[in-house]
Design a protein around this ligand. Structure first.
Ligand code: MN
Length: 327
């Protein structure tokens, strides 16, 4: 029996997403531990799960008989998104019985049965193609990566073809641990760029770094793509359907845009003509219910009504906005 473990990273109101992710894992048949790296406060719902401390002082919460969460405080000053390989490697090093390690962003929920994910990571490093696909080998940004990392002795083999992968999910078998080590190494090699502690979009960095033309604009995701293109890497890619960005919606749903499904601003946006993403929103709402009661049933009903109303008025508000713009 293969044993897998899961990692996620969160702070602030992303705890809603962690709750939905764990609830989805309960539904698809995952058994084991979710290692939730965090900064700041523990989720308010932790208290409902009889939490206790382990010998390292980490808080442990039992969700069901087969799923528990270990909350791991992250001490690095880097932005949490850059700590994915660190947390995954830490779990593999500490728990020799773990054969596969997965990372999910806290804005992702799982839909496919857990055995599907285990088979996937068994094929190679499980990754999903991003919206920025394609990125051919001679793409100038990819070529800038080649030049930068070849100076550090890395050898590119075009393993990633013209794919560009999303950094929100990956699954790695212990056999492919070298992928995580090199991903971490790539982070260390771009640390002199002084961007790893900055928020998404690199606000606070030099102006030219706050644009896609800058080769490390998306940091951990760019670093992941550098790793995937190196000689000897074994990757197993899936297309957009795996993130729920096109049909069939049967693998994961990744609410990568903003606002996140737990932020109740759909009505305000509908007034500006934006139609809510009904499929994502309703699925997340259902997953807020349990086993972890991330939101009360009354709150979920209220939010669903906001989504319905927003969906109904958005086309009309959009038409008014259009008329106003084209007077
Ligand atoms: Mn995400």
């Amino acid at each position: 029996m293969m044993k897998s473990a899961i990692c996620t990273l969160f702070e602030g109101n992303y705890h809603y997403g962690v709750g939905a992710l764990v609830n989805s894992l309960c539904k698809v048949g995952f058994c084991g531990t979710v290692f939730a790296g965090y900064r700041g406060d523990l989720p308010p719902w932790t208290g409902l799960l009889n939490p206790h401390k382990n010998k390292e002082g980490h808080t442990l919460a039992q969700v069901t008989e087969s799923i528990s969460i270990t909350f791991v405080p992250m001490t690095s000053t880097w932005h949490l998104t850059n700590l994915k390989p660190d947390l995954m490697l830490e779990v593999l090093e500490k728990f020799s019985e773990v054969e596969q390690i997965f990372y999910f962003d806290p804005d992702i929920v799982c839909l496919a049965s857990w055995s599907f994910f285990e088979q996937w990571a068994d094929e190679g490093v499980a990754v999903v193609i991003d919206g920025n696909f394609p990125m051919p080998q001679k793409n100038p940004i990819r070529r800038a990566w080649h030049r930068y990392f070849e100076r550090h002795g890395m050898k590119f083999a075009g393993t990633a073809n013209d794919y560009y992968f999303n950094g929100g999910f990956l699954g790695v078998a212990r056999r492919d641990i070298g992928f995580l080590e090199v991903w971490k190494k790539i982070h260390e090699l771009i640390e002199p760029e002084d961007i790893l502690h900055l928020p998404m979009g690199l606000g606070g960095a030099a102006e030219y770094k706050q644009r896609r033309a800058y080769p490390f604009w998306l940091r951990d995701q760019d670093a992941l793509n550098v790793a995937a293109d190196l000689e000897g890497m074994n990757i197993s890619p899936m297309g957009w359907e795996a993130m729920g960005w096109k049909q069939p919606y049967e693998f994961m749903l990744h609410a990568c845009g903003s606002p996140k499904p737990w932020v109740d601003t759909v009505l305000r946006e509908a007034l500006r003509g934006k139609t809510p993403e009904a499929l994502m929103s309703f699925r997340f709402m259902d997953l807020f219910a349990g086993p972890i009661p991330v939101m009360s049933p009354a709150e979920i009903r209220r939010r669903k009504n906001h989504i319905r109303l927003a969906g109904a008025i958005a086309p009309f508000c959009g038409a008014l906005q259009w008329l106003k713009r084209n007077q």
